[in-house]
Write a protein that binds this ligand. Structure first.
Ligand SMILES: Cc1ncc(C[n+]2csc(CCOP(=O)(O)OP(=O)(O)O)c2C)c(N)n1
Ligand SMILES: [Mg+2]
Length: 444
């Protein structure tokens, strides 16, 4: 694990880059502050997650990507979306479930993407599933000769899930051009990191997969950016994936509903004194990169922009009720041009026709006989023999028998073999016919 040295790296940026990082951190915070107001006015649909105090992570890492690169955000990466070019109005409208939002009001929070222009994959889960997905994106880019890098984020808690390990191992063995940012904010909901990972540095998780890792101060935006830029460059040059641990602190609760009273006061006070924006302002001022006048200009620019964006979002309508049934099933070419092999006609997947008999035959596998000689449409192995008392061969629970019956092929998929002895019909058939009557009564 390499310790990133932010101090040396400070010299490598242009003035514009320094100011960009500042602008995006301020924008990130202002967008989220606005959403807290909207939430308190009951205008947000669903949960609202905060990245207060973690802006340097989202901004510093995403700023290291090129336009052609791909990212997939986690709940606390709105800053990364802004850097990649998502307009604040989209973030507002998405959280307000408005009709003009990227998902047209069908989903909330940061559950949206833009595959065509901005190269953003919509999050499917916050707990690691994006790792194999983005590894796939990275490999696809390499296959197509695009020289892209894919990036996603994972929390300290999320780094303990199975898919984190499967995904990172897969990325490592494939040498995928992939950067995984492990956002160690020291809490996974109410669980402190020490109670769920026996490691001092989560960057050490990379050792298990034979890939390099960095551990960096997540509240120092320049350190984050320069380390991320190095990681991105390595990945782009074909040196495989990198794990980048950024140590930071989740200043708010898990979401708006959580007052986070379980966080020790001293811990909070320590990190509040290390606010990434305040730290960076001090640095920019001492380096004479920012004065009061240019700071005011940036604040004014953000205020004007967000007033406009919020206005647009608030005036956007909610989706019309009838839209609820749109976009649920594939509707052909207006949904997508690529025909999946398994596509079924819309009429077939709408109840009550959606049930398809779960019976199959396997060529060369026999016809599925029960030990008693009766037909067993699904079962290909042996069942218990009858005890010779005239009772059925195997006890079949009614629920199983019902599903067998429901699945029974109408033109028999399985040949029925007449029993040699005068043994009675197997119980499953008897039960099955009983359930047939029940089914009829139930109007199925
Ligand atoms: C399978 C599953 N269980 C629980 C959740 C709820 N959940 C979402 S994020 C999260 C905690 C994640 O903690 P961490 O990975 O440290 O990220 P952080 O919230 O600190 O950014 C939980 C419990 C979920 N989304 N999916
Ligand atoms: Mg966490």
């Amino acid at each position: 694990m390499a310790k990133a040295n932010g101090a040396n790296a400070h010299k490598q940026l242009t003035r514009q880059q320094y100011l960009d990082l500042y602008y995006y951190m301020r924008l990130n915070r202002a967008v989220e502050d606005t959403m807290v107001k909207l939430f308190r006015q009951n205008k947000i649909v669903g949960g609202l997650y905060s990245s207060l105090g973690q802006e340097a992570v989202s901004v510093g890492t995403a700023y290291a990507l090129e336009k052609k690169d791909w990212l997939a955000p986690m709940i606390r990466n709105i800053g990364a979306l802004l850097v990649k070019g998502v307009p604040p109005r989209d973030v507002f409208m998405q959280h307000m479930a408005k009709y003009d939002s990227p998902t047209k009001g069908k989903d909330g929070t940061s559950h949206f993407g833009d595959l065509d222009n901005l190269h953003i994959v919509s999050p499917i889960s916050m707990l690691g599933d994006l790792i194999p997905v983005m590894t796939g994106v990275a490999i696809a880019g390499r296959y197509l000769g695009q020289k892209i890098v894919a990036m996603t984020w994972i929390g300290d808690g999320g780094s303990s899930t199975g898919v984190f390990h499967e995904g990172l191992n897969f990325a490592a063995v494939q040498k995928a051009p992939f950067v995984l940012v492990l956002e160690n904010n020291q809490w996974a909901y109410s669980t402190p990191v020490k109670l769920q990972v026996p490691l001092e540095n989560l960057a050490d998780r990379a050792k298990a997969y034979g890939i390099p890792s960095y551990s960096v101060d997540g509240n120092d935006v320049v350190a984050v950016y320069t380390t991320a830029a190095e990681a991105v460059e390595r990945a782009r040059n074909g040196q495989g994936p990198i794990l980048l641990e950024v140590k930071t602190f989740r200043r708010m609760g898990h979401a708006q509903h959580d007052p986070a009273e379980y966080v020790p006061k001293q811990m909070r006070a320590y990190w509040e004194a290390r606010d990434p924006i305040a730290l960076y302002e001090r640095f920019l001022t001492s380096e004479k990169l920012l004065d009061e006048k240019s700071k005011k200009e940036i604040e004014q620019k953000i205020e004007t922009l967000l007033a406009k964006e919020r206005d647009f979002a608030e005036n956007s309508p909610l989706p019309p009720p009838e839209f609820a049934e749109h976009g649920v099933y594939c509707s052909g070419d207006d949904c997508h041009q690529i025909r999946p092999k398994w596509e079924r006609p819309v009429s077939e997947v709408i109840p009550p026709k959606s049930g398809v008999a779960a019976v199959w035959t396997v060529a060369g596998f026999g016809s599925g006989k029960s030990a008693g000689g009766g037909s067993a449409p699904i079962h290909f192995g042996d069942t218990q023999k009858t005890g010779g008392n005239g009772k059925a061969d195997a006890e079949v629970p009614e629920s199983v028998a019902e599903s067998i019956e429901a699945a029974e092929p109408k033109p028999q998929a399985v040949k029925s073999t007449k029993p040699k002895s005068s043994a009675k019909k197997p119980a499953k058939l008897a039960v099955a016919s009983k359930s047939k009557t029940q089914a009829r009564k139930a109007g199925r």
